[in-house]
Ligand binder design. Structure first.
Ligand SMILES: Cc1cc2nc3c(=O)[nH]c(=O)nc-3n(C[C@H](O)[C@H](O)[C@H](O)COP(=O)(O)O)c2cc1C
Length: 355
């Protein structure tokens, strides 16, 4: 069944994400994290190996291209460009919510292109918590999501504030953790829970860990803001209530750096997404305890221009990670993880709470 509303929403999201108003006005926290510079390192950037493993798969660098797109025929080329970049550099990649392709066969290809192009990379599927809790994601559906892209893992996005602002938002919480635990038990691949711009707090992370999930993506505040995007959509749909709510809650959430500190000790691998646009910010996220740095908007902007631009941008980011490690006198991520950054301001305050 072709659902023009979902298709259009996916295109709107990509268009609106390119608008500067879609970026949170709050700092993700990177200026409060300082990697201690080693004035005379005993190695060259070329000696640094930024490789790592994530949920059992080897990656060329600790980077995750955030799940963003698919769900409209015009978005196939964007996913294609992202997949080429991921394959070129051996990094992990997510797709956007696959919900649209469950109800509209024509949209499957906009997601399937990712595995067709990136045979070897770690690919993460995506579905919303609402679909899980509404019973729309039983065993058959989970298998279909995974088979569509031969996914290595499945992300469940939580976005309570977005649902409360979105004109067509739907939310039915109450049995969230039971529903998730059931889904984890049914899923053929490991499950990652991700936020999409408000971050994850320590208490939620601990409760999520008990459901058996395999990893967390903090999706913190400071980068792309779905509250802002839905606010822009609400305004253009003359939904004054929704637009007002988006303004009221524009600053609601945990900055990405702070959210990484919040969840780093719950015993799950952590992806730091939200407001990372270069390799130094990625390295700072890793220094706080994240295994991977997730990058959305920056990669989307490049991918819209084409595969070469996407691959080149990713190459620049990975090179900046390499330089950050070299300037810290570390040959690999294990050595880098043993170093402690200096924290100031808001990030230091959240660090005190996390201890
Ligand atoms: C256009 C667009 C669409 C997105 N769609 C989804 C989605 O379907 N599912 C999801 O979990 N996250 C989605 N995200 C959120 C990203 O995965 C990521 O958490 C967010 O963009 C923050 O990273 P950034 O600040 O680097 O952009 C989307 C982001 C963008 C920009």
């Amino acid at each position: 069944m072709n659902d023009p509303t979902i298709r259009q929403r996916k295109l709107d999201h990509v268009d609106l994400a390119m608008n500067d108003a879609a970026v949170s006005g709050v700092d993700a926290g990177w200026s409060d994290v300082t990697l201690v510079p080693v004035a005379l390192p005993n190695l060259n950037p070329g000696d640094v190996d930024p490789g790592c493993t994530f949920l059992g798969k080897s990656l060329g660098a600790p980077v995750f291209i955030a799940g963003m797109t698919g769900g409209h025929p015009d978005l196939e080329k964007v996913n294609l460009a992202l997949a080429i970049a991921a394959q070129d550099h051996g990094v992990a990649m997510g797709v956007g919510s696959q919900r649209a392709a469950l109800v509209d066969e024509e949209l499957v290809q906009s997601f399937a292109v990712v595995r067709q192009q990136a045979a070897d990379v770690f690919i993460c599927g995506n579905i919303g918590i609402s679909q899980i809790l509404d019973g729309q994601a039983g065993k058959d559906v989970l298998n279909k999501l995974v088979d569509m892209i031969r996914a290595d893992a499945l992300a469940v996005h939580i976005n309570v504030l977005q649902e409360l602002v979105q004109p067509e938002g739907e939310i039915n919480l109450g049995k969230a953790y039971e529903g998730l635990a059931e889904m984890v038990a049914t899923s053929p691949v490991p499950v990652v829970v991700k936020e999409t711009g408000c971050g994850i707090d320590r208490e939620t992370a601990s409760r999520l860990a008990e459901t058996g999930i395999a990893a967390l993506d903090v999706g913190g505040m400071g980068g792309t803001s779905f509250t802002a995007i839905e606010g822009l959509r609400a305004s253009s749909a003359q939904d004054h209530e929704g637009a007002r709510r988006a303004r009221t809650f524009a600053i609601w959430g945990i900055p990405t750096a702070c959210s990484v500190l919040e969840v780093a000790n719950v015993g799950l691998p952590v992806i730091a997404t939200g407001g990372i646009s270069d390799g130094l910010q990625a390295a700072k996220a890793l220094s706080l305890g994240a295994q991977l740095a997730g990058i959305g908007r920056k990669m989307l902007t490049a991918a819209i221009q084409g595969p070469e631009q996407a691959s080149a941008e990713l190459g620049r980011i990975i090179e900046e990670i390499r330089i950050s490690l070299a300037l810290s006198d570390c040959r690999n991520l294990d050595e880098f993880n043993s170093r402690t950054p200096v924290l100031t301001g808001t990030v230091a305050q959240w660090d005190a709470r996390a201890k």
